[in-house]
Design a protein around this ligand. Structure first.
Ligand code: ZN
Length: 261
């Protein structure tokens, strides 16, 4: 097919003075970009990159980014600074700030961006958005979970999806991601967007995440569950149990609304 001829090789990255090993496969102006390994130790992004890189001809309009391969090779979250806190990036900043600038320039023309993450929390799968644009709603509509985390400004300011209108992060528990179900969920979103299909709209709980619960806060000893109100604090914890958050217990949603999406 025509667009196959447009597959971008890695060559143009080599020509860049700040070559950083970001891998990109797909057409120059894709409908959807799947971004894996913004965090190098989150292996589902690498697995999905490999899965789809062999099958791109069957997914017209899909592009793939393997974001932080140097960190991935070392099984580290990042090299110098957390890439998902390094946007919009800087051409002379840290390794990840330089990478962020490259990556953003690359994905900006994509209508939809699916940003794949793994978590150690007990949440099997959850979409994370920074806005409820038409594009974000289309992605959420094709994802079956009831809960949606909406990261509000300024918290979202330095994340990848915080720079985009149509970007949603899809967060999967590590164990859940080892089965077939995570791939099926991602595939359903990609195929639905390509074929312009919608699932029946359903009620979603939107958790408005505005801050975090620092480690210095004393929590009740038992019964803390993600998305369940901690009455003493008046917040809903999100990503409680995430091992890569050493300084906080969890992110904190201060309100919950119901939307049909
Ligand atoms: Zn992550």
């Amino acid at each position: 097919m025509l667009w196959c001829a447009l597959v971008v090789s890695l060559g143009d990255e080599f020509a860049h003075p700040f070559f950083l090993l970001m891998k990109y496969l797909g057409p120059p102006n894709p409908l959807i970009t799947l971004v894996g390994c913004l965090h190098g130790d989150e292996t589902l992004g690498r697995d999905l990159f490999e899965h789809y890189s062999d099958r791109l001809a069957a997914y017209p309009g899909l592009a793939l980014v393997l974001a932080n391969e140097p960190a991935m090779v070392l099984n580290k979250r990042f090299i110098e600074t957390d890439l998902n806190r390094s946007f919009p990036g800087h051409p002379e900043g840290s390794q990840e700030e330089r990478l962020a600038a490259q990556l953003l320039a690359r994905v900006r023309s994509s209508r939809y961006v699916l940003d794949i993450h793994n978590t150690t929390t007990d949440i099997d799968a959850v979409p994370i958005a920074t806005n409820l644009s038409d594009e974000s709603r289309r992605i959420i509509n094709l994802f079956p979970t009831h809960e949606v985390a909406l990261i509000e400004p300024p918290l979202a300011g330095r994340s990848l999806i915080g720079q985009l209108t149509g970007g949603v992060s899809l967060e999967f528990n590590f164990d859940f991601a080892r089965g077939e179900e995570a791939l099926k969920l991602v595939d359903h979103v990609i195929v639905g967007l390509i074929q312009n299909q919608k699932d029946p709209a359903r009620e979603r709980s939107i958790f408005h995440v505005t801050g975090s619960i620092p480690k210095s806060t004393k929590l009740p000893e038992h019964g803390i569950r993600n998305f369940e109100l901690i009455e003493e604090l008046g917040v809903y914890p999100f990503l409680y149990g995430e091992r890569s958050y050493p300084d906080i217990h969890a992110l904190a949603a201060t309100s919950k609304t119901i939307e049909v999406i």
